[in-house]
Every structure is written in structure tokens, then in C-alpha cells.
Write a protein that binds this ligand. Sequence first.
Ligand code: ISE
Length: 339
Amino acid sequence: MSELKIAVLGVGMMGADHVARITARISGARVVVVNDYLTDKAEAIAAGIPGCRAIADPLDAIADPEVDAVVLATPGPTHEKQLLACLEHGKPVLCEKPLTTDVESSLAVVKAEAALGKRLIQVGFMRRFDHEYVQLKSLLDAGEFGEPLVLHCVHRNPAVPPNFDSSMIVRDSLVHEVDVTRFLFDEEIVSVQIIRPAANPGAPQGLQDPQIAVFKTASGKHVDVEVFVTTGVAYEVRTELVGEKGSAFIGLDVGLVRKGAPGTWGGQITPSFKERFGQAYDTEFQRWVDAVKAGVNVDGPSAWDGYAAATVCEAGVESLNTGQPVEVKLVDRASITGA
Ligand code: ISE
């Protein structure tokens, strides 16, 4: 295969960014089909890319014979149907999180893929490809910190869209720390509690922001996360790992530090996740394209990772309402995937 021919479904903020990424920065792949429920938007994007067509129906886009692989950046509620169509057509798919929006449909997708006996789904938990997270993970795996004990995380957004409600802070934002915890510690989260501090007076009426999440992992490790999505400042994601033999910090935004106007010094913080995790998205896509072209199993986050994250988030939303720790109940993995 000379070039992987990709259909990108959903060309909102993230999908459009992925189209630009594949077109300008990813080698060995090009976008041949775009789809969006806003057909004008899809057509405008297709018109700017040589050899690219807009297809109005997402399932037709997946089935199109020219399409080798699919990127899903469509709204979460549409994912189950689209993922099942990708499996049916045997097409590798890189699916932006969430895998699906509820536990039952996520599990159905995991089972459908397992029945094929072949990995076709990768979930877009991009932080696993960020240089700093990768470095932290390799130090951890090399035993540099001894036994890891605690993870402190901060996840701040300057603002969120008007439709963002308190449960989306769990499902859409905190979900990244759910995946980071499972990635770094290689174990499942067994309970989650969401604490509701006094809400930001500047947040939209009724939005519980910030939230403090506490996870407990299977071996008893502690993780706490401050998620605060209406800071009005910039995009900040920090993680501190504390272990038996020391600790490490990532996400300090230490780029260029400038000394300027009388008595001041400082740098810049990225405005959003597109810039903060730009390198991670690029690496994620290049690795996925290379694996699909080589016909080897993709090694990024799997459908199981998507299902596990959905299950933790469901427990998180329950805890958001009750304030109590909620147990996370995963099905037995070996019974489905043989893993
Ligand atoms: C958004 O959907 C993301 O995935 C970002 O990474 C996250 O920081 C943000 O809070 C979400 O809304």
C-alpha cells in the first residue's frame, strides 16, 4: 500500500484538526473522504484537499471502497453504530474518545471486536503519546521511583462550550486522567469519588466546577485530580507521581522564559488542548498509520481501555450526585478478550 486512504468522519474542531494533521504532517496517508452532519462544512473541507470527496452518510463513508481506514471525530452518541460498521467492513478505526457514551454499548463494541479475533479499534487517548507522559512511564517501568504510590493531577481548561454540564466534566475531561492512571499504573481503578467544592462564581449557573476526583486502584494506590474547566486563564495539565524512591512532575509549561518589562519574567501557557497535545496527536496518528499500513496490530489504547474508562466515568457521575465513593464494576476481561 503506497498511501493509507483515510475517511475522517466529523469535521468539527478536532476532526478538522485531524484532517489538517494528516494532510500536512503525517507521512504515508491522505484524506480521501470527509463526512459531517453539516454537509456544507464537509464539502468546503473536501474542496481544499486534492482527491478528497465529501460523502453525506457516515455509513456510506465507512463502506466506500476507496477508504482503507477511518478516523471518527463524530459526537459520542454516534460512535457505537459507526464503530460496528468499521468492524463489519474490516476497517481499522481511530476513534476519538469516548469509545461510546455508556457502559453497555462500550462493552458491546469490545465483544464485537473480540469476536473478529483482530484488533481494529484504537481509542484517541492521546496523552499516552505525549513525550512527557511517555518519559514518566518509562522511568516508572524501569523502577526509578521504586513502588509508585500516589498521583496528583491538575486538569484546567480556560473555558468549555455552553452545553457542557457537570457530568461532562467527568465524562469528557476527567476521562483523560482515568486513562492516564490506567496507563501509568497498568492496573484498573476500583473506586471513584467526586468531591464538590464551592463552585466558581464565574462558571455558568448550575455547573459544578471545579471538581475533585479521588481514585483508588486495584492495588490500593491513590490518585487525586483537580478538574477545573472555567478558569478563564489557559490550558494546564500537570501530573505529579510520588513513589517509594522519589517523585516526578510533568506539564510544568517550562518553555522559553522571558525577562521583560521592569521587574517581570515569565513564559506562555498553551491556550487549548490542540496546542498542548499537538505533538501527542501527531505521534498518535503517525504510529497508527504506520501500524495499519504494515498490517500489524495497532498498539495504542484499545476498545477495552475505552470500555474501562466509560465504566469509571459512569461510577464518577454517580458519585457526583451522591458525594460517596462508588465501586467500579468491570466485567472479567479474560472472559471476553482472552487477555
Ligand atoms: C476535551 O474534550 C478534551 O478531550 C480535552 O483534552 C480536555 O482537556 C477537555 O476538558 C475536554 O473538554
